[in-house]
Write a protein that binds this ligand. Sequence first.
Ligand SMILES: Nc1ncnc2c1ncn2[C@@H]1O[C@H](COP(=O)(O)OP(=O)(O)OP(=O)(O)O)[C@@H](O)[C@H]1O
Length: 532
Amino acid sequence: MTLQAIDTFAATRESSSSPLAAMPIAVTLVESVSAEALRKRAAQVLREVVGLDCAECLYVEGSGRWLGRDGDEVQFDCSDFSHPYAHVIRSGKALTLSVGDARTRLDHAGFQAQVVHLGAKKRLQVRPLRAKDGEQEWLGALLMVGEGSTFSALDDDPGMAAFEELLCQLWARLSREQGERHRSRALRDSLVKLNDGARRQALADQLSEDLLGQSTAMQTLRRQVVRAAETNLAVLLQGETGTGKDRVARALHQLSGRAKGPFMAINCAAIPEALLESELFGHAKGAFSGADHAQQGLISQADGGTLFLDEIGDMPLALQAKLLRVLESGRYRPLGASEERCADLRLVAATHQPLREHIRAQHFRADLYYRLGQFPLSLPPLAERRDDIAQLAQSFISDFCAREQRDDMGITPSALRLLQRREYPGNVRELKNLIDYACAMTPQGADIDAYVLPGEQESDAQASPNSQVNGTAYSLPNDIDDLRQTLRDVESAIIRQRLMHFGGNRAQAAASLGLPKRTLAHKCQLLELDTK
Ligand SMILES: Nc1ncnc2c1ncn2[C@@H]1O[C@H](COP(=O)(O)OP(=O)(O)OP(=O)(O)O)[C@@H](O)[C@H]1O
């Protein structure tokens, strides 16, 4: 299928009554190999098939501040209201006016050049184009110029809505794919251009897209990751569970000169001891019963790239000695093989365990510990960077909406305050799970409210003795030292569960608890469960 499909469709559109008549256009759009090609094709469809005088897709460039035109230097500042795109991007709503009006009311030179040759009586419509996948808010804007009757027909045409939806979906996907590819290339190119300090800062800033958090601890961590990525040193990541060790390991690989090589990962705690050696080192044919063919191990597969050993604290002592040899000499011997092999890899290991204590207990080799930790990195627990919670929460909400194809949702200030106050033994992973749950419990069109967030006692309910009040399960802490606060917590948990049960309907929740609605509203306010 080629661009001819557009012409064919244009010719047959009038006469065709097939419900599948729009398929060739969809195929043409889907075949676009880049976001730029997609924009061109979409505009061509609108001109040739719909019969518009002018159609053009403008794109929001990376910083989100400018709208650009393909093949043109002209850029439109998104906060400059002398052109229609700023109005549309800021309001999120389409704008329709006559070309004549646009000429007199909007005096941006670049925009004037776009419409100067068009008849003053024609209508002009600009529509915002927005990715619904949460990764990239604004894609750009669609400029269309044509007869008033064409727009009246388009406004009622479900085909136009479907066309726009398809365009946005494809665009978001293509720009994400391109962005991912371009990002590492651009980063490496920038190494050449910038001096060391600026280059490192630029890389650390780029990393903030993957390793979220503006706290000092996260900024320091990102700068350390950049430094570590410049070297071939073995990196030991230490941090509580869920602090992002896996993410950091992948970022290290992506930033390093080995980014084009493989990234192989294994969780040493998840593989039975007996299998771990052959998984890592590989084996020769007949090395053990059942080994009816030779198999490469991860060390060999990571050649030229990075090997990530998660939960290194769980590696058996015998294997630790073999791993040390790989690190010292770059040589290893697959199980049952007669010859040694070489591997050129960077090792990144991670643990949440106190390895020094393991060394004292003789469960971990001290020499391996020091060799692994040539470049030690500590990941801060979430409790030490509560300032990051708001950004993380917003990002997880967007991820949820994109994944579940839900409309954008926000979070109320009281819900955010609750999140910022609570404890997170499971760190960022726990916060992410909590947000996923809260998103799922929040009705379409609403923001996450405090009442949908399970309290800490509810999360830990299995761990401590449960009680039953008024049909609502909650857990009694064992170490009550402030009865009033405990009673407030229990009251808050009960009200939140009731509100959740009744989908946020305060009147029903109040009736079910035998309270006047006003009293419940007052309690909600005191307990910061208020939504308004
Ligand atoms: N700084 C961060 N920015 C965005 N997401 C993060 C960040 N840190 C962690 N996460 C997310 O939290 C979850 C847990 O992260 P990850 O698996 O990297 O933690 P971990 O320290 O390796 O955990 P474990 O020790 O249990 O294996 C993942 O969903 C990850 O994407």
